[in-house]
Design a protein around this ligand. Structure first.
Ligand code: HEC
Length: 352
């Protein structure tokens, strides 16, 4: 009786541990659209009520960049109010690490002082900035923002068309994601909380990437090889990595002795992030042989062509983007863009 109770407690503990690890390590799905290649945010000096502003001033924080104008009837006030709610959902410590910057594309009517008063109505921490027409054209182009001033010659009450998305710039100054206009504050704060804790994971960038035509992959993944690999896999690997390649649910948890349970070999694991050579090496030589839960070496049990068949079967469970990444067709190192510099004009050099 006592023994049964102890077993029950152990089972309960183990299953709650694996549910916990599942939730903790499942791939996070961003609400915004993640950029496949993060770009270093353009360095353009703008003017705010409290002096010159450049985006690099906020490195170390997450910057939320939004373009509009103060006479904007509905879109801009809604977005700024939503950003206020978004920050309100975060803890004060988290919110202190986020900077909202509102850039006016209408410098003729929006002076830095007017902008300052406008953003303060939403939140005392928001920054309102603008520049010369030239500078605005540079910064909007850099962030793929569209704007058009309608009939500004004919009346004082003109309207301005402009993109309504919000660009997210990470702590190191890279634009990593945008939220379309109307993204609910709850979703934006969830993304922010994730970014503040983990940064932008490379897996999210890969999955955001375009899907390439799998020419090479289609050739490599011959159906007969997949079938052969599946048979070999079921006989040699399934007992540890699972008959569906899902691995042990608690694979990310480091056990007391520093070892790990067998990880998934499908697209949910990390196997696709290894090079072909590394995968062959792991399977032939095994891993962590000094630990109780180890990955056995197969160099004496399987021929190279058999291991290649198994790899083909594993690859048939990866997405096209994961395959291309593994084949080296996609590089995901952040690409720095060249710094944009506006040609100085008389208004540009005047400091407020
Ligand atoms: C006795 C159980 C066991 C068997 C059988 C087994 N593995 Fe593993 N495998 C593991 C463990 C445990 C790990 C994690 C080792 C570590 O990181 O410490 C692992 C890791 C791996 C990795 C690295 C994945 C990653 O994300 O780091 C690959 C690839 C792999 N195994 C492939 C295979 C293949 C292919 C087979 C069959 C030919 C196989 N394994 C058979 C237990 C096993």
């Amino acid at each position: 009786m006592k023994k049964n109770l102890a077993t029950l407690i152990v089972i309960l503990l183990l299953s709650s541990a694996s549910i916990w690890s599942y939730q903790r390590f499942a791939l996070y799905q961003f609400h915004g659209s993640v950029f496949q290649e993060p770009k270093l945010a353009a360095e353009i000096v703008l003017r705010s009520a409290s002096g010159p502003v450049r985006l690099s001033d906020y490195q170390g924080k997450i910057t939320l960049l939004y373009f509009g104008y103060t006479s904007c009837p509905d879109v801009c006030p809604t977005s700024l109010a939503n950003l206020k709610l978004t920050l309100g959902n975060l803890s004060p410590e988290e919110a202190a690490q986020v900077q909202v910057v509102f850039v006016s594309v209408d410098p003729a009517r929006d002076t830095p002082e007017k902008l300052g008063r406008y953003v303060q109505m939403f939140d005392a921490g928001f920054i309102g900035a603008t520049g010369t027409r030239e500078e605005i054209d540079l910064i909007t182009a850099a962030f793929n923002v569209y704007y058009k001033i309608n009939n500004s010659e004919s009346s004082e009450n003109y309207s301005v068309d402009h993109s309504g998305f919000i660009t997210v710039i990470d702590r190191s100054g890279y634009a990593v994601m945008s939220w379309p206009h109307g993204t609910p504050p709850g979703e934006m704060s969830e993304d922010l909380r994730y970014l503040l804790r983990n940064g932008m994971p490379i897996s999210a960038q890969i999955l955001a990437g375009p899907t390439y035509t799998p020419v090479v992959c289609a050739v490599t993944l011959a159906p007969a090889h997949i079938r052969g690999g599946e048979w070999l896999y079921q006989h040699h690997c399934a007992q540890c990595h699972g008959s569906d390649l899902a691995g042990n649910p608690a694979w990310q948890v480091e056990l007391a002795d520093g070892s790990h349970l067998p990880p998934p070999l499908d697209g949910n694991g990390k196997a696709w992030q290894y090079s072909e050579q590394d995968l062959l090496q792991i399977i032939k030589e095994g891993r962590s042989l000094d630990k109780p839960m180890y990955m056995p070496a197969f160099k004496n049990g399987l021929a190279d062509w058999e291991i290649n068949f198994i790899l083909t079967y594993m690859k048939s469970k990866w997405s096209i983007n994961q395959l291309n990444y593994q084949h080296g067709f996609m590089t995901l190192t952040p690409q720095a863009t060249q710094t944009l510099v506006a040609t100085p004009s008389p208004t540009n050099t005047a400091t407020p």
